[in-house]
Design a protein around this ligand. Sequence first.
Ligand code: G3I
Length: 342
Amino acid sequence: LTGLRETVDFPLGVAIDSRETAGGPSQLLLRHFNQVTAENHMKPESWYNAERAFTPHEQAGAIMRFAQENDLAVYGHVLVWHSQTPAWFFQNEAGQPLTNSPADQQVMRDRLRAHVFAIAEHLSDTYGPFGSDTNPLNAWDVVNEVVADTGDFADGLRRSNWYNILGEQYIDLAFQYADEAFNEVYAAEGVARPVKLFINDYNTEQAGKRGRYLSLVERLLARGVPVDGVGHQFHVNLTMPVSALDAALAAFEDMPVTQAVTEFDVPTGTPVSQALRIEQGYYFRDAFNIFREYTDDLFAVTVWGLVDGRSWRSSSGAPLVFDDALRAKPAYYGAVGGQDLP
Ligand code: G3I
């Protein structure tokens, strides 16, 4: 089989945990992909033990070493998120919720900075400075899912703990701290911006969410916040016209940012039939052909899992490119260009 990665001119990523770093799955991965994202093990809560000490997860290490040994890039996911973050992040020493008082805001800013710097220090100590030959990390989702799902708020931002304590500035600060840590303090000498800094969100294929996302990115860039890229998760399904993916990418095309498809999957609905698998094949064909049209604007495209059974959406119907026996599905034949689809 042609490696899927050989059919595109942008890096092709896949979300994994350590199960995909050995045996048959690792062989399939290396044939078709050249970048990986940790599906869960680089999220905020993964870096700390129950005593609140910074304790890198074994699975994050397994993924970094696998990438290092096999010349894959690592797309970091995620520094700041409202979900999968320890509760104590948002509490004071007495266990009370932090408020938006100036003193509590300073606690929150210090915690954010310490979090970002601890990750950067650990990853550079262990794998070498960012941008050096031994360190595979090339990007981070700096903030994830910060945009509101509805049009209820003038600023269009999700009312998360981060927002409620710091307001919109938490987004600026996250990028500024990440830039300082990953692109200055712990970067190889003479390498410009080795780690690209992304904002990432879902439903950007839908006009309302996209409009709020666009306004936020415009505000951030106008304030000089170091945003390198805009991520589109693209957790879609067969009823979402592929033209909506085109519209999402087109909306940011003329902005001074790169883009990434960060979490692509397309469940068929259930029960999964051969007809639906073929329809899904055509969906992957059309989607990948759109992605190819944006090659110059795309930092990478990532599929959110290697085989169907490992997908967070497997109960919605076989969302990925390969089945549990590691066989290529019609989705694969579509993604590579559609030649062998019925
Ligand atoms: O590891 C534990 C296991 O020990 C336990 O027995 C089991 C029981 O529920 O849970 C396991 O943890 C689960 C973890 O996935 C690993 O499988 C969590 O419950 C489950 O919540 C977690 O789900 C992840 C989800 O993020 C959490 O928000 C999905 O795998 C992951 O695909 C998903 O990824 C997110 C992106 O980060 C952001 N965008 C949306 C995307 C889909 O929700």
